[in-house]
Each structure stands twice: as structure tokens, then as C-alpha cells.
Design a protein around this ligand. Structure first.
Ligand SMILES: C[S@@+](CC[C@H](N)C(=O)[O-])C[C@H]1O[C@@H](n2cnc3c(N)ncnc32)[C@H](O)[C@@H]1O
Ligand code: SF4
Length: 379
């Protein structure tokens, strides 16, 4: 157990933390906070994080996922030329991390061309995949110098996993892909991380699932089941997936399961993971948490539309990269309007997915909460 714990801690540094890279990230972070959060003025640097939802097409049809509906709203219409130009803009804007997700990213024909451009600028890149096409893409992943590959694995029971994902044979393919990637990679790059959905169906076994997953991957993480996110594949209606959401009377059992997980693996001992039950059962208690999303990150849709928020219907597209540059969108009137609302604490919403876990992290830093300069716009 101790060995695994140590390994886990060592491997949380998925990205290049060399001095130059870290200095770039810290500068982008503070430059954005001062210019966009304190003054709501033009940023000199682009977002610290970008989630590039490159396609909503998928070779699975998971019970809890809305990708097929999103594909109708945001079909993949960015050309190769425009995608490469956007990658150059991201690199020049000094973005620290770009995560590719969807849909199934390995179905996007331009994925590796775009990653090659991002790597010219030293951007950290991760991809999230269901693993169906992992094995056949291993050489391309290594050649493109992808920093981390995140594979979704919800259950160690192949039948249950394939049932949830409505794709027979998927579990076997993803395990084969992981093994092949481990065999072919040089050293520990790319880092291989599993992501399991924490839900009513999985919480009882979560400690065992993570223990077993750590025998095959470098880092094993979880993400709570969510619903009704308007700008994301997590937009499925709660009533369509009730069996994944815990009943009120399960709160203490869920807290116990999470407590055991945290005790065994210190990786989970932070504000974000500890408050998954609060998010499910008492979301109103989390409304006090500031949202830093429009000051730190953007999401690019397959049709070029850009949003900073996946969940709240008030915050739809802030521009389209087909006819605007990244910096025009990042400094545009629409995002500034949204920022103003968030600076005043008028968003009145809370979301709890991994890609915004930075909100929970920043909330847990007392400095960020006590600095008067960040507080003065709040109620
Ligand atoms: C939308 S998928 C896209 C990437 C890829 N197709 C995959 O499944 O890994 C990104 C992540 O979101 C997770 N996910 C999908 N629907 C979700 C939901 N309703 N709540 C929480 N996570 C969800 C998936 O399991 C996956 O880990
Ligand atoms: S979770 Fe991933 S694999 Fe499943 S349908 Fe959504 S995009 Fe496809």
C-alpha cells in the first residue's frame, strides 16, 4: 500500500515541471488574474488551460453521456488548416495545458497534426480516450510526445464496463491498448492515467477498483457522475440516469466509502474529492466557492465555438474560432460581460467535474480567499 501511495504521489506531476515550463505557467496564471480578474481588462496571455473538444463523434454510446446529442448541435466543422492555425495561436498565447476530449478524440483525423504544432511551443498535452482505438494509435501518441493519456475505466468487470459504455469488447481493447502503450513508451512518458466515474453503481467497490487499477496504470483518479451540463457531453438529464445517482439515504455509506479511499490513497485527500458527497446532496453549501473558469480556461467545441463554462446555460458561446482569433475571443466583449458577473459573484451556480477542480483547489488556499483584492467584488 505504501509503495503504491508513494508512486501515486510521484506520478501526479503529469506535466513538465521544469523551471522554464513552471515559470511560464505561473506567469500566465498571475498575469491573467491581475488583468482579467482584478481589472477585467485585456489579457496579454491566453488561457492557462484549454479543453479542446475536437469531435463529438464517438464509437461508444455510454449510458451517462450526451455526446451524440452534442454532435447534432456542434458538428465537427473546423478544417485542418484552421485547426493548425488555432494550435499556433494557443502556443503563442502561452497556454500551459491543452486537454483533448470529446466525443472520442482518436476519431478526429487532425489530432496528431495539431498536437505536433502545440508541442513546438512546449504546451503540455493530454488526451482522454475510451481506449477502443488506443492500441492502433500508440506509435502516433509516442511520436507526438503526448504528456498524458487518460483512459476511462468505470469497472474492472468487463461485462459491466461494456454494458455502461454500450460497446461490446471495449474493456478488452482498452486493457490491450494500455499494455501496449506501457511496452512501447520510453520511461514514464506518456503518463497513463485511468479515470473512473464515481456513482451509485461504483462507490461500494471504489477502493478495490482503484487498488487494482494502480497495478496497470500510473495514476488512478475518479470523477463524480454529473448531469444537465448544457455545454458538454455531461448534459444528460438526471432522470434518464437515475440508477447512477445515489439516493438520499446513501449519503453516509458514500462518505464512508470515500473516507476509506482517502485513507488508503492520499492523492484523494483534498477539498475536491472530499466534497463529492456535498455536491450531490447539499450543492447549495458549495455556492460560496468562487468560479475562476473565465479567468483561466476555455473550451473549444468541434464547430469552433468557444465557451468557458460547461454547465450554466447563462454562459453560452463567447465567440467562434472560425472567424476570430483565440486572443480576440479571450479579450472579447462577451467573455468580459461574463467575467463581470463572476467578479460580482452573480453566477449562482456550482459544477464539480475534474476539469474545474482548480476552483476547489483555489478555494482551499486561504491566501486566495483572504486577499481583499479578490474579495471586494463579492457579496
Ligand atoms: C465525455 S468523455 C470524452 C472522452 C472519451 N470518449 C472517454 O470516454 O474517455 C470524457 C470523460 O467524461 C466522463 N463522463 C461522461 N459522461 C459523464 C457524466 N455524465 N458524468 C461524469 N463523467 C462523465 C467519461 O467517462 C470520460 O472519462
Ligand atoms: S463518455 Fe466518452 S466513450 Fe462514452 S459516449 Fe461519451 S464520449 Fe463516447
Amino acid at each position: 500500500m505504501t509503495i503504491k501511495k508513494t508512486k501515486l504521489l510521484q506520478n501526479t506531476s503529469s506535466f513538465a515541471f521544469d523551471f522554464i515550463n513552471l515559470t511560464k505557467a505561473v506567469t500566465t496564471f498571475f498575469s491573467n488574474l491581475v488583468r482579467t480578474r482584478i481589472f477585467n481588462s485585456d489579457a496579454k496571455r491566453g488561457p492557462l488551460f484549454i479543453s479542446w473538444l475536437c469531435t463529438y463523434r464517438c464509437n461508444a454510446d455510454c449510458l451517462f453521456c450526451n455526446a451524440s446529442e452534442m454532435n447534432k448541435l456542434h458538428p465537427e466543422t473546423l478544417s485542418l488548416e484552421r485547426s493548425l492555425e488555432i494550435a499556433h495561436q494557443i502556443g503563442r498565447a502561452k497556454t500551459w495545458v491543452v486537454g483533448f476530449t470529446g466525443g472520442e478524440v482518436l476519431l478526429w483525423p487532425y489530432l496528431f497534426d495539431v498536437i505536433h504544432v502545440l508541442k513546438q511551443y512546449g504546451v503540455n498535452v493530454y488526451i482522454i480516450t475510451n481506449g477502443m482505438l488506443l492500441k492502433q494509435n500508440v506509435e502516433k501518441i509516442i511520436d507526438a510526445k503526448v504528456d498524458a493519456v487518460v483512459v476511462s475505466i468505470d469497472s474492472l468487470d468487463p461485462q459491466e464496463h461494456d454494458y455502461n459504455r454500450r460497446r461490446k469488447g471495449l474493456y478488452d481493447f482498452l486493457i490491450e491498448g494500455i499494455k501496449y502503450l506501457k511496452e512501447k513508451r520510453k520511461g514514464e512518458k506518456p503518463l497513463i492515467k485511468s479515470m473512473s466515474i464515481f456513482s451509485r453503481r461504483s462507490y461500494l467497490n471504489i477502493e478495490e477498483t482503484i487498488t487494482q487499477l494502480l497495478k496497470i496504470v500510473d495514476v488512478a483518479s475518479i470523477q463524480p457522475i454529473v448531469s444537465d451540463y448544457v455545454n458538454s457531453p455531461h448534459g444528460i438529464k438526471k432522470e434518464e440516469i437515475t440508477s447512477f445517482f445515489p439516493e438520499v439515504e446513501e449519503e453516509s455509506a458514500i462518505k464512508n466509502a470515500l473516507g476509506r479511499l482517502i485513507k488508503k490513497f492520499s492523492f484523494f485527500n483534498n477539498f475536491y474529492f472530499k466534497n463529492i458527497p456535498t455536491y450531490w446532496f447539499h450543492p447549495e453549501r458549495l455556492l460560496k466557492i468562487k468560479c475562476w473558469a473565465p479567468f483561466l480556461r476555455l473550451l473549444i467545441m468541434p464547430d469552433g465555438n468557444v465557451v468557458h463554462c460547461a454547465a450554466n446555460s447563462k454562459y453560452s458561446s463567447v465567440g467562434n474560432l472560425k472567424d476570430m482569433t483565440l486572443m480576440e475571443v479571450w479579450n472579447g466583449p462577451e467573455i468580459k460581460r461574463h467575467r463581470e458577473e463572476l467578479r460580482r459573484g452573480e453566477n449562482n451556480c456550482i459544477c464539480w467535474s475534474q476539469d474545474v477542480s482548480f476552483n476547489a483547489f483555489l478555494y482551499s488556499l486561504s491566501l486566495m480567499n483572504r486577499l481583499p483584492v479578490f474579495k471586494k467584488h463579492f457579496r
